[in-house]
Design a protein around this ligand. Structure first.
Ligand SMILES: Cc1ncc(COP(=O)(O)O)c(C=O)c1O
Length: 334
């Protein structure tokens, strides 16, 4: 049975520790807790616009290389940041890459999908069959050709990928020691559940004492309730690494507006980060965790004496998707 320290890592594709910055203007405007950001969107190479998936890929790609795989295969929605980061990491490591999108071929590619095409990944559209089924067929085909591929599901949310976030708290606690700032709250957006699963185990393993706020943007995505899915990953982590810990976090569901939908509060949150701190926040993930964090600080649901950290999990290219462009181009009108 592997322990969490024995899983191989592809260190060259994910630079950690990621920087932590204080958001002084936002803190001043809201007049409550001190707000900080941890820039997991800056954890490349290969690119400066990386994100939480690159932290997971450090372990996923590490395992792929240790198995002498020649290809990374994964899946996602057409604007998947995970697929884009996997395609970039594969290039950096000299591996081939197959990306399966769970839809029919669109009229044109933009945002993340355009970058995946530009990175030269082999793109498949699952059409009428499920992404998982399509992935299985590709894996079988390569196997029959004598090739060895390494495949993983949406978001890289497996017990291997989640290791990236198990070790997050080891890293953060060192940064707390160095800076003298202890964080009381960590906010992040949760979707396929791998980041959340890693964080909740890491908190227990390394003894971090604050509260994790997992802001869920798609509780009913792909027909599976987020909690159920997150639980499967947690169970898998627990049994694979034989961990005897009970993960604890606070979960905030944003089910009312649905995956990818944008509310006025989301736009206001994006604007706050853009205009006051010069930081891009994506509409699908980052806007949700930013919104909940800003609300709680503003309403003093979090004590003004506390220190709050939001994890920037990446996602910039979605801003360029046709559905969201108008939000960003009209930001000055708000
Ligand atoms: C930018 C961004 N933030 C957060 C998440 C959520 O992470 P997870 O899928 O591990 O829950 C994703 C997932 O796609 C993402 O792309």
């Amino acid at each position: 049975m592997p322990d969490i320290y024995s899983v191989p890592q592809a260190k060259s594709i994910c630079s950690i520790p990621t920087p932590v910055y204080e958001l002084k203007t936002l803190t001043k405007i809201l007049g409550g807790a001190r707000i900080f950001i941890k820039r997991d969107d800056m954890n490349g190479p290969p690119n400066e616009d990386s994100g939480n998936k690159t932290r997971k890929l450090r372990y996923l790609a590490g395992e792929a290389l240790s198995q002498a795989a020649d290809t990374l295969i994964t899946e996602g929605g057409l604007q998947s940041n995970h697929c884009r980061q996997t395609a970039a990491v594969a290039r950096k490591l000299g591996l081939k890459c197959d990306i399966i999108y769970g839809c029919k071929r669109p009229a044109f590619l933009d945002g993340n999908a355009l970058l995946v095409a530009a990175l030269g990944a082999r793109i498949h559209f699952s059409g009428d069959v499920s992404r998982i089924e399509k992935r299985r067929k590709i894996v079988e085909k390569y196997k029959s050709e004598g090739r060895k591929s390494y495949d993983f599901g949406a978001g890289g949310s497996t017990s291997t990928g989640a290791l990236g976030y198990i070790f997050f708290f080891e890293e953060l606690m060192k940064q707390e020691q160095e800076s003298g700032v202890q964080f009381d709250h960590v906010f992040h957006c949760s979707s396929s559940g791998g980041t959340e699963a890693g964080l909740v185990f890491g908190k227990q393993i390394f003894g971090w004492r604050g509260t994790i706020h997992s802001v869920v943007n798609d509780p009913v995505a792909h027909g599976k309730h987020h909690r159920e899915f997150a639980q499967i990953i947690r169970d898998d982590i627990k049994s694979r690494y034989n961990l005897n810990v009970t993960p604890v976090n606070e979960v905030h569901d944003f089910s009312e507006e649905g995956y990818g939908e944008t509310t006025l509060e989301d736009v206001e949150s994006i604007r706050m980060f853009m205009i006051h701190e010069g930081i891009y926040i994506d509409p699908v993930y980052g806007a949700k965790s930013a919104r909940r964090m800003l609300e709680m600080v503003r309403n003093k649901d979090i004590s003004p004496d506390d220190n709050v950290l939001i994890i920037h999990t990446g996602g910039h290219p979605t801003m360029q998707h046709e559905r969201y462009r108008s939000i960003y181009s009209g930001i000055n009108a708000w």
